[in-house]
Ligand binder design. Structure first.
Ligand SMILES: NC(=O)c1ccc[n+]([C@@H]2O[C@H](COP(=O)([O-])OP(=O)(O)OC[C@H]3O[C@@H](n4cnc5c(N)ncnc54)[C@H](OP(=O)(O)O)[C@@H]3O)[C@@H](O)[C@H]2O)c1
Length: 243
């Protein structure tokens, strides 16, 4: 595994991943909207670690551009990490289809579109690692964020199916289910310190999971048990809770 494609490379988690992967001598393809913003990152990683860093324009919502985006990558990646996502404004999305559609596209449709293409290439090459950053929000719909949550639920199910399909082709798929991560996505939202991970911690866990071929990972272990409890609340009680 030498070249890693990071989709949504301006994300704080992605930047931590880029730093840690470059430190381990992986070459990188950093793909993002307005990719020129990543030129300073490219220069920094190239100088500090002597790796090859390519910057590429990529918009998850522009699904008709994804085939060309992937076709022009040379060399092709040996691993791809799908990091992009959009929390959006849930209250606004209840009234406004555009906001709702952006949440669904940024967390599900766009991810499926690009990973379909990468998965077919990895399947043909009979090698590769795919990583999808989903969320614990996908484990049960709650009134406060069920657009984002349902998109992440779809993404989690998609990754599970992909892992099942690609196992026989020696392509490994990792599903990442973070709880809170201290990034601009949740800036201003108070979260419990013990349940909130740093971007560096998320990146470390993702790289460890890729190398150890883990299937599904939580970042802060307590989330596995919290979600077990949340999933096991009977619907007749769950629907009455203010969550
Ligand atoms: N922060 C949390 O508490 C938390 C919890 C659970 C899961 N997650 C997931 O973790 C991942 C990383 O998020 P983060 O915390 O690092 O947040 P972040 O810094 O806000 O990163 C989100 C990234 O997604 C990119 N993005 C959004 N729409 C895109 C599109 N259409 N095309 C390309 N890129 C797009 C953004 O790009 P721009 O710079 O162009 O806007 C940004 O780089 C996301 O999938 C998120 O859903 C986060």
């Amino acid at each position: 595994m030498t070249t890693v494609l990071i989709l949504g490379a301006t994300s704080e988690v992605a930047l931590a991943l880029a730093d840690q992967l470059a430190a381990k001598s992986f070459n990188l393809i950093l793909a993002a909207r307005h990719a020129e913003r990543l030129n300073p990152v490219k220069a920094d990683l190239t100088i500090r670690f002597g790796v090859t860093v390519t910057v590429a324009e990529f918009d998850a919502a522009q699904v008709t551009t994804h085939a060309d985006f992937y076709a022009q990558l040379s060399p092709k990646p040996d691993a791809a990490i799908c990091v992009f996502g959009f929390l959006g404004d849930h209250e606004k999305a209840i009234q406004n289809w555009e906001e709702c559609a952006t949440i669904l596209t940024s967390n599900f449709v766009g991810a499926v579109s690009i990973l379909n293409i990468v998965a077919n290439d990895f399947e043909n090459r009979k090698a590769g690692v795919l990583v999808g950053v989903s969320s614990v929000a996908g484990e049960r719909g709650r009134q406060s964020n069920y657009f984002y949550g349902s998109a992440k639920a779809g993404f989690t199910a998609y990754l599970s199916g992909l892992r099942n399909r690609l196992f026989k082709s020696s392509v490994h798929v990792v599903t990442v289910k973070p709880g809170f991560i201290r990034t601009r996505m949740i800036a201003g939202i108070p979260t419990p310190g013990l349940l909130t991970a740093s971007a560096d911690q998320v990146a470390r866990k993702i790289i460890g999971a890729m190398q150890a071929k883990r299937n599904v990972i939580y970042i802060v272990p307590a989330w596995r048990w919290i979600m077990l409890v949340i999933r096991s609340i009977p619907e007749s009680i769950f629907k009455r809770l203010r969550l």
